[in-house]
Design a protein around this ligand. Sequence first.
Ligand code: PMP
Length: 408
Amino acid sequence: MDYDHFFNAALDTLHQERRYRVFVTLEKDAARFPHATRQTPTGTSDVVIWCSNDYLGMSMHPDTIGAMVDTARQMGVGAGGTRNISGTSGPIVALERALADLHRKESALVFTSGYVSNETGIATLAKLLPDCLLLSDEWNHNSMIQGVRRSGAEKAVFRHNDLEHLEDLLKAAGRERPKMIVFESVYSMDGDVSPIHAVCDLADKYNALTYIDEVHAVGIYGERGGGYSEEVGAQDRLDIIEATLAKGFGCIGGYLAAKSSIIDAVRSNAHGFIFTTALPPAVAAAAAASVTHLMNSNTERLAQRKQVQRTKEVLVKAGLPVRKNPTHIVPVIIGDAERTKLASDLLLDDHGIYVQPINYPTVPRGTERLRITPTPFHSDELIDQLADALVAVWGKLGLPLHAPQEDA
Ligand code: PMP
């Protein structure tokens, strides 16, 4: 049986809509980040990475590299089983203790990715609550949407950060019915933040659990890197904190932190936890080293903040359409898929600058963009080069440069 035409039709659609994804092959060099070597069929070239979610460069920190290498030599590179079957190692237990401490919760549970922790975490929690209503922000990440779907629970989607809409939905459900509000702290594509205290006020008023995704905030915000909820003093008000070890902490893996009864119930019921091999101990050790380092050091956070602020100022001064926000994410809006892809290609081919295009369905059509993430390692000189390159690309594509704004 020949099924090829189905797959070819799907690929044709992607090409027609300019959504076909091309991966750029890069060799990162831990000693030279954000510089990397790009491999093409005809050779190699030097590029500067401007779109990494290794926000603080912790994947290249000597503590994380040292912990991973030492532990791999001692324990090997694989966990050898699920957590039930020989996969629970000292480094994972220590990591979970550090994460619980980071978020001031009784317990934490590690999963193989942030995606899995959301998908299986939300689905499991909702299944454990009879007749649960899930109230979900419309901009929630795909992993949360899939978790909501997989739970089989009734869902009510509220308009992004719209407290009145959320309150209407909570009120309609009544105080007695089990409810969980599912939302993020830092939304990754616009870099805007949620009103955490106000959401918790509503949760208190209507007797709902709160589940927050801090994937784009852990390591980066708060005095100890506990995320945006730590930054605004709301950690103790949130029931379940979900986050990743892959971005601010520079490794791989995801987790939930909450009171022990919640974590224990998830541990024994979540299919995405029970039926999959545990994180390698070396990865857990590297993640624990990263968490511990960032709990005790503000150096990376402050350096990142300074370079983010400078990037925003320089780009806005150059007239580029930077979407304003209070975070480390710098969205530069283009507004159509084709020109966003062309801008990304020109930056790479003509200027050695790597920024992936962000297109539908990751963002709504008409808001396609470049998403720039300055790290502590992007120097003032690199920021100036980025601005010059963007202005040149804007000129080449006939994109409008706006009047300079003062308040980036
Ligand atoms: N939540 C959000 C908001 C995300 O943006 C992502 C991935 N970018 C995830 C969860 C999944 O995290 P991970 O990459 O660790 O799977």
